[in-house]
Design a protein. Structure first.
Length: 236
């Protein structure tokens, strides 16, 4: 059962066509807003937080080989995710109710920036709405195929195909809602799955290891899902 499972019967494409911002529930609007904000902060940057283009430019200033540029982007974000996981767990039970939601959001912001950085190096325009839809799907991993089916999008499971095609607006909204719900459910699942964090310091080590591992696995997915765009010219 996927994020969009329901008891409704009927053709999936007609359900997608009925999805509009105007008739969305409050929960759906919050989910859409959450994803838009994550992408805006992660890909475009805000204040002291660098954009995907910024981190690509920094890595390119140090490496001429595009794969080494990607290596640096990924390793930097794995390290940042681990630091965030440690900070969340180090306070134990007393700080978890406040620190955990912030950790989940910051994890997805980092994920958006890292995946966007990998895609940008490989020649994708991270400002393009279809590329952003593909980036969003990449961040949720195994649920992506189910989400595509529910949204009526035929992508063959390859995010590059989504990024280089036009995704119907209603389908993109449905995908973004699903990712928003995924972020929300992460709050509950992480609370239950990281009970070791109630012990200060030990909880920090568990959080660092888990968040770093998850970001590293996502980095591997991003490399696989966004192959080099034909004719892409790498500039230093």
């Amino acid at each position: 059962m996927g994020i969009f499972s329901s008891d409704d019967k009927g053709d999936g494409s007609s359900q997608v066509a009925e999805v509009t911002e105007e008739d969305a529930s409050l929960t759906s609007k919050i989910a859409l807003s959450t994803v838009k904000r994550i992408l805006a902060v992660g890909l475009d940057g805000v204040g002291p937080l660098k954009s995907a283009d910024d981190i690509v430019a920094k890595a390119r200033s140090e490496h001429s080989d595009p794969e080494k540029v990607i290596d640096e982007i990924c390793s930097d974000h794995v390290r940042e995710a681990a630091i965030g996981g440690f900070a969340t767990g180090v306070g134990g039970l007393f700080t978890m109710p406040i620190a955990l939601p912030a950790n989940v959001i910051s994890y997805y912001v980092l994920a958006a920036r890292m995946v966007g950085g990998v895609a940008a190096v490989r020649g994708y325009d991270v400002k393009d709405p279809d590329v952003r839809t593909a980036l969003t799907l990449t961040m949720i991993g195994a649920d992506a195929d189910d989400m595509l089916k529910k949204a009526g999008v035929a992508g063959g499971g390859k995010m590059a195909a989504i990024a280089l095609d036009r995704v119907p607006r209603a389908a993109a909204m449905m995908i973004n809602k699903g990712v928003g719900f995924r972020v929300a459910t992460q709050l509950g699942s992480r609370m239950l799955g990281r009970l070791g964090r109630v012990v200060p310091l030990a909880g920090g080590a568990i959080g660092a290891g888990l968040d770093g591992f998850m970001m590293g696995r996502l980095a591997d997915v991003a490399r696989r899902e966004f192959p080099e765009v034909e004719g892409n010219q790498i500039t230093e």
